[in-house]
Design a protein around this ligand. Structure first.
Ligand SMILES: CC(C)(COP(=O)(O)OP(=O)(O)OC[C@H]1O[C@@H](n2cnc3c(N)ncnc32)[C@H](O)[C@@H]1OP(=O)(O)O)[C@@H](O)C(=O)NCCC(=O)NCCS
Length: 192
């Protein structure tokens, strides 16, 4: 599929693009994946195809305080996951980022980190926000590591702030400011 007109941001490994209806079955599969559910608030619950279709439609027609994008691998265009900027508050200049690399064989290759970096650059430059925050389950160590590498600071622990499979769990709060120092990844890139 030609996605060239839908590109939002392009990095070295991934590009962010607007969602298209063809993403439905991928999004549906990721929301029903037990491993991904285990790493997300809410936990195990069967999501119907209709619910996934409604979700994707909302992502393709988001309200003004949200941006929803698909993450594609740069080399072959493979759809890897999705990312969103939500709760965009133009008065306070803040927003939240959320990400899922749904294709599990692609975890740990730097795709998630670069997607978050591209989204932060977009948020700071295009939305003129000052702060991007991320909330992740406290035991999601891969996500902690990826956010820390991308310049997010662990700011606190929100006790029992979410549920997973009916159990209350802690949520880590991360933040990155426009004025923060460059990330390890950005420093490495500038040395190449
Ligand atoms: C969290 C997620 C987005 C990260 O994407 P990714 O492409 O795997 O991330 P990256 O490859 O950029 O970075 C992963 C980091 O975790 C590290 N890591 C891998 N497995 C790990 C583990 N079991 N425990 C701790 N860290 C781990 C990697 O070494 C890497 O860090 P490093 O580059 O400093 O060595 C992806 O794994 C995912 O979608 N998971 C399921 C959904 C989810 O957890 N979403 C989180 C919401 S923010």
């Amino acid at each position: 599929m030609d996605l060239s007109g839908l590109h939002i941001a392009v990095g070295e490994r991934v590009f962010l693009a607007l969602h298209v209806p063809e993403n439905l079955l991928h999004v549906h599969a990721w929301y029903n994946d037990p491993d991904i559910q285990q790493l997300s608030a809410g936990g195990a619950a069967v999501v119907s195809l209709e619910a996934s279709r409604c979700r994707l439609e909302r992502w393709m027609n988001p309200p003004s305080d949200q941006r929803h994008w698909a993450i594609h691998r740069l080399t072959d265009g493979r759809l890897l996951g999705f990312l969103h900027l939500v709760a965009i508050d133009f008065d306070e200049a803040t927003c939240k980022v959320g990400i899922v690399i749904g294709e599990k064989d692609c975890w740990g290759y730097g795709y998630g980190g670069e997607a978050v970096r591209l989204a932060c650059e977009y948020a700071f430059r295009e939305l003129d926000v000052f702060r991007v925050s991320a909330e992740v389950l406290a035991d999601n160590l891969r996500s902690h590591r990826m956010l820390s590498r991308e310049g997010f600071i662990l700011e606190g622990l929100q006790r029992a702030a979410a549920t997973r499979e009916g159990t209350r769990v802690d949520v880590s709060l991360f933040g990155r400011l426009k004025t923060d120092n460059r990330t390890d990844s950005e420093k490495a890139e500038s040395m190449n």
